[in-house]
Design a binder for this molecule. Structure first.
Ligand code: PLP
Length: 427
């Protein structure tokens, strides 16, 4: 579900024409729909309501403070992966008691900061990290709480760069070592390990990998409890896929819930979930303007003003993003939903950015309606890992971000300036 739809032959975000946003705020620009963000959060909360889960939004997917505030107001907690993300979550008014902190390489400084502000729990990824958190908490006179991130060794069938729950990825501790881990660290003075965490990858399209992982980990918890460990919560991670194109058919969260709830219901411990993409993926788009067209060999190129520094997913993971003109010719206005794939009349093009790298593309060999200089294109499903992964490469200013709420479009991050580009440097 999303609220980017074609009305009167042009694209709207909620009740605002995309064209108007591009004119007012310039391009490239990320545009988010507030109602879509809220709707997706509520879908998850409703689907998993029978186990009353703690939902922690994965801030790394899209961390704009305004967006985090919208979610915090819904009662959402946060999943952070660095000290910077923790700072961001707190700036957004996030409740430290609902913040969990994952990541294989937490520094002493980051651990101290998290203990100072009193986060809910660390998701612990190694033996050495557990010992270090215990040591730092002891020095500070604090009591730390943690969950062990277990690597359940399932194949999430996602891109190798985004698979995290198979053996031989750097994440978590092998499930065979989990019991020894709990036994070894049962009586640490300053760190209480009271939970188990998994996160198998992202995006995960299939339900079965979650089912396999949850089965393995609930069985592990049963054994741990028999061995006398007190387990208070299970965090099943995030990774729930969204539709990047029509035919992928990512499963709605209700389907995941239907398969997982029987495995989770009635357990004597709480359930946490860490969705990122599912909440923000389809709630954001990237608007970009056509700069030039050209022909090279047998290829036609459409050169746009957004590049891999703005949206790196195609270059990094070969990701597919549906792209369509904001104001298509009458024959090519998408009907039904806005994910139509083949133009009734058009051409096959590569949509590329201005950056000096051959991998700087947004789409390859893509059938599109014919577009010309100054036309606007919309790159759909760009909300997650879009702005969040953007950079200043080629000394490009990072894009503006705009939030639409009904008929209102509000700037929630200004476009960077050339001064911003050099501001941190010392000559
Ligand atoms: C990235 C990440 C998530 C969120 O993944 P999504 O695909 O955005 O839902 C959740 N938990 C952990 C530990 C992560 O690293």
């Amino acid at each position: 579900m999303d609220l980017f739809t074609y009305k009167n032959d042009e694209l709207y975000c909620e009740d605002v024409p995309a064209r108007q946003i591009a004119e007012q705020f310039g391009t490239p620009v990320y545009v988010y729909s507030k109602q879509t963000v809220i709707e997706h959060y509520r879908q998850i909360a409703t689907a998993f309501a029978p186990v009353n889960p703690t939902i922690c939004y994965s801030i790394k997917s899209c961390g704009n403070i305004h967006i985090c505030k919208v979610l915090a107001a819904e009662g959402c907690g946060f999943d952070v992966t660095s000290g910077g993300e923790l700072y961001r979550a707190l700036q957004a008014g996030g409740d430290a008691k609902k913040i969990i902190y994952a990541g294989v390489g937490k520094t002493d400084e980051e651990i101290r900061y998290a203990l100072e502000v009193g986060i809910a729990a660390f998701n612990i990824e190694s033996e050495e990290e557990a010992e270090n958190i215990d040591r730092i908490a002891g020095m500070m006179g604090k009591k730390a709480v943690g969950a062990l991130r277990v690597n359940p060794d399932v194949d999430p069938k996602t891109h190798k760069h985004t698979s995290t729950g198979k053996k031989e990825t750097k994440f978590g501790v092998d499930i065979e070592r989990a019991e020894a881990f709990f036994a070894k660290y049962k009586s640490l003075q300053n760190l209480r390990i009271g939970g188990v965490h998994i996160h198998i990858g992202s995006p995960v399209y299939e339900i079965d990998p979650y089912v396999q992982a949850v089965k393995k980990v609930t069985a592990l918890i049963d054994r741990l409890m028999l061995e006398g460990h007190h387990i208070e919560w299970l965090d099943i991670g995030g990774g729930f896929a969204v539709n990047y194109m029509h035919k992928e058919q990512a499963k709605p969260i209700t389907e995941h819930a239907k398969a997982l709830l029987p495995l989770l219901a009635g357990k004597p411990y709480r359930i946490a979930i860490e969705p990122g993409r599912y909440i923000i993926g389809n709630a954001g788009v990237l608007l970009t303007r056509v700069l030039y067209r050209k022909i090279g060999g047998n290829k036609r190129f459409v050169i746009v003003d957004a590049g891999m520094n703005d949206l790196i997913r195609p270059a990094l993971y070969d990701s597919y993003h549906y792209i369509w003109p904001v104001r298509p010719d009458a024959a090519n206005v998408p009907t039904e939903r806005n994910r139509e794939h083949l133009p009734r009349s058009g051409e096959i093009v590569d949509v590329v950015g201005p950056i000096c790298e051959s991998s700087d593309y947004l789409a390859k060999d893509r059938p599109l309606p014919v577009v010309k200089r100054d036309d606007l294109l919309c790159v759909f499903t760009a909300g997650a890992y879009g702005f969040a992964m953007s950079s200043n490469y080629n000394n490009r200013r990072r894009a503006a971000e705009v939030m639409v709420d009904g008929g209102k479009a509000q700037l929630i991050r200004r476009r960077e300036t050339w001064e911003d580009l050099v501001a941190a440097e010392r000559v």
